[in-house]
Write a protein that binds this ligand. Structure first.
Ligand code: ATP
Length: 309
């Protein structure tokens, strides 16, 4: 992936709204064909950053290039080359799926085939259904199809699956995964860590307008890798558990024990020690950290840092 061309370059981006510093020195380099996630808590500057990329916001400071173009100076061209997911309110309620795709196709010199897009996004059966009568998932898939109707090389999807039920989310994820086959570079803004973990090649974590981490989901998870083991047992030698390799903390409240630590073998090491102590634990559960934990860890880290400055 690292030998691929850079499609989106953001350097030292700053953007404030009145007294609110929404983006504070963001750097990003997104490569051709990548599905790149931008995650972070509410108000961390995700939308503002991608809006500077699509030319919807003007940066106060910094350099933004998309396919080598300046979204401010070359706005019309960038608009043609970058597909942006529409807000659903931008579509007329009575337009049908096919009509919407055909209408948007007329805006471009070399559009994708609306019929093919309906097949890709599972909308064939709903071709003649009015927008207002589509389910949330179908509306969402239509909005992604519309973002692709101009055959863009880059697509920006903001809040991809907000408000969707689990089945509709999975359908939408499949539609995004299909972008990979088309070689489209996608920027995905999301609140959902499972979504980023499942779909993205790399993820930037924004907190307070700054990128606090940027890597593959796997590497980010490994960086804060935590395993938590919980069980119930009487007469456990907690001191011995604390001494085990990889155990960071072990607490006992009555018969409820709670251990955290690192390493893939932690649960195994703990069970072996319990075996040695002649203890058969009940309700033994193991939780391995995911991207959600990465975000929580980074958020806390950042809050501590801000409190110190
Ligand atoms: N047009 C605007 N006018 C004033 N303030 C704004 C504007 N757009 C964004 N902000 C402020 O800038 C900060 C960053 O907002 P932004 O929408 O970029 O964050 P976000 O990470 O996308 O948030 P969310 O996850 O809630 O969508 C917030 O404090 C927000 O209130």
């Amino acid at each position: 992936m690292s030998d691929r061309a850079t499609v989106i370059e953001v350097r030292g981006l700053h953007k404030s709204f009145g007294g609110t510093r929404a983006v504070r020195g963001v750097d990003l380099e997104i490569r051709e064909g990548e599905i790149f996630g931008v995650v972070g808590p509410n108000g961390s500057g995700k939308t503002t950053t991608v809006e500077c990329v699509t030319g919807l916001q003007r940066p106060d400071q910094g350099r933004v290039r998309v396919l080598g173009l300046d979204p401010e100076r070359d706005r019309a061209l960038v608009r043609r080359l970058v597909g942006v997911q529409l807000q659903q309110s931008q579509l007329s309620e009575r337009v049908t799926v096919r009509e919407a795709l055909r209408l948007f196709a007329t805006f471009y010199a070399d559009p994708a085939d609306p019929e093919e897009l309906m097949d890709t996004f599972g909308l064939r059966e709903k071709a003649d259904q009015q927008f207002t009568k589509l389910s949330g998932g179908q509306k969402q898939r239509l909005s992604i199809a519309l973002a692709l109707v101009g055959n863009p090389r880059v697509v920006v999807l903001d809040e991809l699956s907000t408000g969707l039920d689990p089945a509709a989310r999975r359908d939408t994820w499949a539609a995004v995964a299909a972008l990979r086959e088309r070689g489209v570079t996608a920027v995905l803004v999301t609140h959902f860590m499972d979504e980023a973990e499942y779909l993205c090649d790399r993820v930037a974590v924004l907190v307070g307008g700054s990128v606090v981490a940027l890597d593959t989901p796997e590497a980010l998870v490994a960086s804060v890798s935590t395993t938590r083991v919980r069980f119930r047992a009487r007469n456990t030698d907690v001191g011995a558990l604390r001494e085990l390799p990889g155990v960071r903390e072990a607490t006992a409240e009555g018969d409820a024990l709670d251990l955290t630590g690192t390493g893939a073998n932690l649960a195994f090491t703990v069970s072996a020690e319990l075996g040695r102590q002649g203890i058969t634990p009940a309700e033994f559960t193991v939780h391995n950290s995911g991207l959600e934990d990465v975000m929580l860890a980074l958020r806390t880290h950042n809050q501590d840092r801000e409190a110190r400055t």
